[in-house]
Design a protein around this ligand. Structure first.
Ligand SMILES: [Zn+2]
Ligand SMILES: [Zn+2]
Length: 366
């Protein structure tokens, strides 16, 4: 499924989304409307970004899937991130087998959020000697209760919330304002119910190898650098950098949507992206959205920097949070709204008030 959308599709979907979906703060990372055009199945589009390196760009689903990176080496395949559910990992695994018959030897998880690792078990079942690699901090967060929107204990929270979510979808279907909205909600409901079943049967495959600092792997003739550059989207973001091919895989530390700040460190995040910018990079595979050129880092860091500065200044001036949510959103819009609204999800206006509130809570209110 092509991940590109026409302007008309974007507008149509955005209208439906506005009509039928209210964001639940617990789902900001990743609970979004499915689209008619990608509602049928978990799917990925493999886009070549270097010799033997593909970005697996996720079609948008009600329960969002992260992108993955597929890296072929002389003797195997390395996959970065495994999505929100085994069925999605299975779908990508099939696509990988169409481009390489070599075994998947390693999975690397960029961070602990649920939409990046819950499919690990598919690869572990296919290869009992699979290495699952993550940062030490990621593994700690993965196993700790209340570490944010991810982690093994978070599955219980998801399972607790799903019946309410399903009941709400059923009620919304009854009061849907149009046939299109109704069809959309019915698809969401179907996906929510299928997801619930998958979660009930999930056998979490957690990292069995961790890294505490930047290191280099020589992997079947290819150098893959595992880099820890500082706190950002989470405490423990891992960047996967291939210096020869000048490709970096960032997880959600860099996305082509609006950033999700809930479990993040907004001030340090901008600095960390600045560290990433020092590398020689041609292509970025972000956690969500399309592969991007290096210039995207400057744009993304600029947003974080300007957002933090604006919220801190408004806080020092005594501006109430509710006023900030509209004033700062409008002030930053000329620079960022267009570039942060390229897809029907994760758009500027949907998320900027929440970004402002989270930065306010972390840096002003404390
Ligand atoms: Zn994500
Ligand atoms: Zn994330």
């Amino acid at each position: 499924m092509a991940a590109g959308f026409t302007r008309r599709q974007v507008l149509a979907q955005a209208t439906i989304a506005a009509a039928v979906y209210t964001l639940d703060p617990h789902e900001l990372c990743c609970g979004v409307n499915a689209y008619a055009q990608t509602a049928g199945a978990e799917s990925f589009e493999l886009k070549k970004v270097g010799d033997g390196i593909w970005a697996a760009v996720a079609a948008v689903r009600y329960k969002v899937n992260s992108n993955a990176a597929v890296i072929e080496t002389n003797d195997g395949v390395v996959v970065v991130d495994s999505h929100s559910k085994p069925s999605a990992a299975q779908a990508l695994y099939k696509e990988i087998q169409a481009v390489s018959k070599k075994p998947v030897k390693k999975i690397i998880n960029t961070h602990f959020h649920w939409d990046h690792w819950q499919g690990n078990e598919v690869y572990a079942q296919a290869n009992p000697s699979l290495e699952i690699i993550a940062s030490e901090k990621m593994k700690e967060a993965l196993l700790r209760p209340n570490s944010g929107v991810g982690g093994v204990p978070f599955i219980e929270t998801q399972l607790k919330n799903l019946p309410g979510e399903i009941a709400k979808l059923k009620a919304d279907i009854q009061s849907a304002p149009s046939a299109a909205a109704k069809a959309q909600l019915e698809s969401n409901l179907q996906q929510a119910e299928a997801y619930q079943k998958e979660l009930q049967n999930l056998k979490p495959a957690v990292p069995n190898r961790t890294v505490a600092q930047t290191m280099s792997m020589q992997e079947g003739g290819r150098e893959i650098r595992l880099m820890l550059l500082g706190r950002g989207h989470t405490d423990g973001d891992l960047y996967i950098y291939m210096p020869k091919e000048k490709v970096v895989v960032t997880g959600d530390a860099v996305v082509d949507w609006m950033p999700f700040v809930n479990d993040g460190y907004p001030e340090e995040w901008a600095r960390t992206v600045g560290e990433l910018e020092k590398l020689d990079i041609d292509r970025i595979i972000p956690g969500h959205g399309e592969p991007a050129p290096k210039s995207h880092l400057t744009f993304f860091r600029g947003y974080l920097t300007d957002l933090v500065a604006a919220v801190k200044k408004a806080g020092a001036d005594g501006m109430p949070l509710e006023t900030m949510k509209t004033k700062i959103a409008d002030d930053l819009a000329p620079k960022y709204e267009k570039g942060m609204s390229r897809y029907p999800v994760g758009q500027y206006r949907d998320r900027v008030p929440i970004n402002i509130e989270q930065v306010y809570n972390k840096l002003v209110k404390k």
